[in-house]
Design a protein around this ligand. Structure first.
Ligand SMILES: [Zn+2]
Length: 336
């Protein structure tokens, strides 16, 4: 199946996080038919990572994720672009990687593996599960795919997800002096956080904070006894100094509940490729056993996760070339 057909075939199968079973079966069947040895690694009852090889111990791997954010948007196309969910994040990437791998194989290069994970868009449970896989020990370089505009990412920011929870005392809203508003306390804390300058890193850039959700209270006529806000902080340092800074801003007025954290990572640079730092995180921090990480993919992160997601067909073609070029360069190096 050629590159654009494969992209659309993958996009035709809904695979919002938690529902990747069908797309995993499709990839298993497709790669098996092409002659790859394919393993489905169970991650949960109906979620499997797809692991495909041509020899016993590939040195270089291509990987990305099979899940998408909601909602499912079926593929459409015109001469220039493929539109729909997963066009660039990350089904076009899977298709470009398989195309690259098949071209390499036709040139006699078989020292490559393919790894497709589940749940990257939520908690990277697929990446966490595959980190302990025995094939990881043989992997020297892992080329991960996410939309980087086909540039080679040399760093990616971390992601720290947390809740700030406040509690107060409920009372009749006509007698506010009898109560203590958890929402007002939370707003004070959030205001202080918005005025806080978090550390800047010369390599990774600014630490940014998104107050993404806010929730609390019972009714218009009740002083709210509890409230919470959900924050996602794009880390450019380790988590610890940021958590300490938050604690000193909160000053005991609320509690932090950590949801998840991936720290920023430096990625392997290769000369001759356009390099940049990306602000999003990937599966990479959760699979440290899989050799030196690289990151490159077609499409823009600015359209990923939106209703207007698309990928340029020319960028898919370019990505297939870049993947095969990268694999060749890495395989030409002496074994690590
Ligand atoms: Zn992605």
């Amino acid at each position: 199946m050629e590159l654009f057909e494969l992209t659309k075939a993958l996009m035709d199968i809904p695979s919002v996080s938690g529902e990747e079973e069908a797309v995993g079966f499709f990839l298993r069947d497709h790669l098996t038919e092409l002659g790859w040895t394919v393993e489905l690694q169970p991650v949960s009852e109906n979620q499997n990572n797809v692991i495909a090889t041509l020899n016993d111990n590939p040195r270089v791997w291509l990987s990305t994720h099979m899940d998408t954010v909601p909602p499912f948007i079926p593929p459409t196309e015109d001469d220039e672009k493929i539109y729909g969910r997963g066009a660039c994040d990350a089904k076009g990437i899977i298709a470009a990687q398989i195309t690259a791998a098949e071209r390499l194989r036709s040139e006699g290069i078989e020292d490559i593996g393919l790894l497709y994970t589940v749940e990257e868009e939520r908690a990277s449970t697929g990446a966490k599960a595959v980190n302990g896989h025995p094939l990881a020990a043989k992997c020297e370089y892992m080329i991960n795919g996410e939309p980087t505009d086909n540039d080679l990412a040399i760093g990616s920011k971390g992601s720290f997800r947390l809740l700030i929870k406040t509690s107060g005392k409920a009372a009749h809203s006509a007698y506010p002096e009898e109560g203590d508003s958890a929402i007002e306390t939370l707003l004070d804390i959030l205001d202080d956080i918005r005025r806080t300058h978090f550390p800047h890193d010369d390599f990774f850039g600014e630490t940014t904070v998104n107050i993404g959700t806010i929730d609390g209270g019972l009714a218009l006529n009740v002083i709210p006894p509890r409230a919470e806000a959900g924050l996602l902080i794009r880390l450019t340092t380790k988590r610890e100094p940021i958590e300490q800074a938050l604690q000193s801003v909160i000053r005991g007025r609320g509690d932090i509940e950590v949801l998840s954290c991936s720290e920023p990572v430096k990625l392997h640079p290769v000369e001759g490729f356009t390099q940049k730092v990306v602000r999003f995180t990937t599966d990479i921090p959760h699979m440290p056993n899989w050799g030196k990480p690289l990151l490159l993919g077609p499409g823009s992160i600015l359209v990923a996760h939106t209703k207007d997601e698309f990928v340029l067909k020319a960028d898919l073609e370019k990505a297939a070339e870049l993947y095969s070029q990268l694999v060749k360069e890495l395989l030409a190096r002496p074994p690590v």
